[in-house]
Design a protein around this ligand. Sequence first.
Ligand code: ADP
Length: 480
Amino acid sequence: MAVKSTLRRRLPVAVALLTAPAALVLAGLAGIGALAPIWAVAGTLAVALAVLLILYPHFAHVEALRRYIEALRVAGTSDILPKPPAGRSPVLAPELDETVVETARERQRRRRELEAAIAGNEMILSNLPDPLIMLDRTRRIVRANPAAEALFSGNLTGRDLISLLRNPALLTAADAAVAGQEGKVVEFTLHGEIEREFSARVVPLTTPALDGTVAILSLHDLTAARQAERMRADFVANASHELRTPLSSLIGFIETLRGPAREDTEARERFLGIMHDQSMRMARLVDDLLSLSRIEMQEHTAPTGSADLRAMLESVVRGLELKAQSRRIGFDLSLGDPPPVIGVQDELAQVFQNLLDNAVKYGRTDSKVRVTARLVEPASDPAARRIGRPAVAVAVSDSGEGIARDHLPRLTERFYRVDTARSRELGGTGLGLAIVKHIVNRHRGHLSVESEIGKGSTFTVYLPLASAAAQDAPSRRRVG
Ligand code: ADP
């Protein structure tokens, strides 16, 4: 249709224009009688026909090229390019066609690269763990990444920043950035169900984006880092305080012995006894601190050896028998024949030493501390399911005064005690259960605590079995 119209409109004009000089000459010749008028007409027609025959393929080809370029425009971002025009123009250089087709291909290749780059940027933006918000000149949100939408629960586009964040310093910084002034970093607390601390960076763009973005606000959650900082500071303060108490007592007694009690033999003996206890307490504390830091350093590497629980538990119990007797506490062991577990013998011995020592310390006098071992399967036991394989569960139960429910989640924190004075009086460092937790974690096991006020407590350690062979015959190897 377009070819026809071009040919119909322009071809006759071109033919007429090119034929006109010859027609004029022939008409002139006929006018002076040098040529019969019929020959002049025939000659003009012959010239017109010749011009038409030369011009037609050229016009048709130009039209085809035009249609091709038009088709490229219509094809837009489509992957399929229209077919390049066939045929040749006798007037246009053949390279012209190739240049047009090559330009189209190049354009398509560039567009694909651009689309891939945009998709890549979108993916980065979507997967960025930190919330990112783009602001326009009026401080409205042009767009926000999924992390930002999750943090503020909802679609943020079009909202003023103040509807999300009311911190004055941050809003001032955002206003300055959208006005093209220097970017800033502002720290603020986001109040909500859980308070979170953030560092916000607002930066103006060097050139405004096409979507109207003039500044970017990125948020970084500092809560975990701040908590870790506080925990570290608390830990140093606690450890220093714990060491300071026996140290002050030792200094006090040394001064008394050098001064007023210098000649008092009876007082000296008594004071030396107390000083011995205080130094032992300091030594225990230093030992526990060293154990804890050693275990924490190794926590990310799981042990590979295997440990025999029965022999280990019997040995720990033997070591505690004297202390237990002094409180008229007996042990009741029901271990069966537990299969070997993955573990480092010495570390696991420390776990059970701490648990059994606590059971003796906090158990009721004239009572029993029970130690049981049983095999648990992921199919039937939630703890084994958590571990992801069969495990041996060793439970240490006492019939002491028990622990109130709200203390249970914090028991394994360093220096956390239900009753600090009582723990100190009984020689505790407040680090025993923290050590237990870290060793169990390193062994990829699990620790659970059940307790009832007035009845007693049960600490259960789940440890993954060492070999697959042991997993195959759970019923035969049932323990406890
Ligand atoms: P501690 O050296 O004080 O015993 P642990 O870390 O071993 O430190 O235990 C932390 C706290 O947990 C103890 O101070 C005590 O209050 C409580 N606790 C631990 N084991 C028992 C238990 N078997 N019965 C009652 N309370 C316990």
